[in-house]
Design a protein around this ligand. Sequence first.
Ligand SMILES: Cc1cc2nc3c(=O)[nH]c(=O)nc-3n(C[C@H](O)[C@H](O)[C@H](O)COP(=O)(O)OP(=O)(O)OC[C@H]3O[C@@H](n4cnc5c(N)ncnc54)[C@H](O)[C@@H]3O)c2cc1C
Length: 470
Amino acid sequence: MSSLVWFRRDLRVHDNSALYHACKESDEVVGLFVFTPEQWKQHDDADAKISFWIENLRCLSDELDDLNIPLIIRSCDSFAETPKLVVETAEEHNCSKLFFNREYEVNEHHRDAVVIESAQASDIEVTSYHDRIIVPPREIETKEGKFYSVFTPYRKVWDTKALDFAKVLRKPTARNSIDVKADSVPDSIAGFDFSNDRADLWKPGEAEAKKRLKKFVDRIDDYDEARDVPSQTGTSLLSPYLNAGVISPRQCLAAALKHNDGNITGSEGATTWISELTWRDFYTHVMVGFPRVSRHHPFKKKTEGIPWRYAEDDFQAWCEGRTGYPIVDAGMRQLNQTGWMHNRLRMVTAMFLTKNLLIDWRWGEKYFMQKLVDGDLAANNGGWQWSASTGTDSVPYFRIFNPFSQSKRFDVDGTFIKKLCPELEAVPSSALHDQKKLAAALEKHDVDYPAFVVDYKAGRERALEAFKSL
Ligand SMILES: Cc1cc2nc3c(=O)[nH]c(=O)nc-3n(C[C@H](O)[C@H](O)[C@H](O)COP(=O)(O)OP(=O)(O)OC[C@H]3O[C@@H](n4cnc5c(N)ncnc54)[C@H](O)[C@@H]3O)c2cc1C
């Protein structure tokens, strides 16, 4: 009998737990991917992200073909119809075993529970694996057996466990050839617009992801300093690949460990990067432990009472990079133009929206998801709730980033700002980091640049009052 491997956000053949074990158990293996466009829309998945998935699916299909594993593609509107489709596909191809890697979001988890039930009712044996993060969610708990909600103690335990989960699985060897034809991967999906995808920036495939990892590790020692400077390529640019599972977090950890002679701590840069992989694990841990965060609720229940503003015009100015604050506008334009935003700017723009404009973090969270090529519920929600001071271990509400100090610190010569806001070319760099000087320089050089959407001081005071009133 054959085995069916159901691929989801694990579009790779190397270090793929479900694929590896299916191949260990069966000489004949079939792959499956299910399109659920309505569900993706409901989840606000970005055009850029779905386009990236499809291109990677094409690469995966080729890789699987070399292993004599045909990739079947099925489509249904939503997760509700998926279990029937998965079971039918298994039966159609005489697969008595089903393998997949777990997904932890609420809807995905529920879908998988129904799949397991339906498959077992049809005598199909199901095996699922923890594969998406390094240390599985329930492996780390407090002394009282609860989920951690603060990063530092979580990280301490993570450090003691990570090496146990760091083993990278090899690519399986070719299976027996079977008389099943792979489906062709579609070029388009109704409801999604791929005309603005940036395939030039996000080349698909495992080989590309590995190349990026290798190039990054060559400069990993500089990461702790370079990672905050948006005009430099100081970070790995691997988030879309990690999110689609084109590379695994274990492969990333292994590369950093190798650089650190097998240790979690060592070079400052590598240690800091491992910390970011830990944040990735942590936010998934939080999502599993406190599912309300993925149901549009703040982690800190008290913050439900914040009198958020629902100011459409201000929100639109933020979305379009027209706030009058150069570093905020540059960040938003980077997102709109590339589907990705530098981490420092994700924090700056998110804090600007939720504090200076006092607009509900859920509006920003949704907008990011609709644009990001790496949009990930756990990391995005974690980042937004951190910035809005509503989340686990979030920034204290009174520590509001000043956009001018941020750009002075991280884009002192204005290279990044001027690249994304070319209309500011004539403005001297020092004026980009000061509200009064900027206004004067715009006047002097007759620059057509948006007026401040909010006065910095007034917006800050309003946010402090709102949080103090809780
Ligand atoms: C408001 C906000 C929203 C965010 N939304 C997302 C999102 O939807 N998807 C996403 O992958 N990341 C998100 N992040 C985290 C972070 O900004 C990105 O992971 C990072 O910018 C990706 O670039 P990189 O691959 O070059 O990262 P690197 O610095 O090279 O880090 C390596 C990997 O670690 C993980 N990582 C790094 N920082 C974080 C973090 N703070 N939280 C969780 N994981 C992290 C990512 O998988 C990343 O690819 C968000 C952060 C904020 C503040």
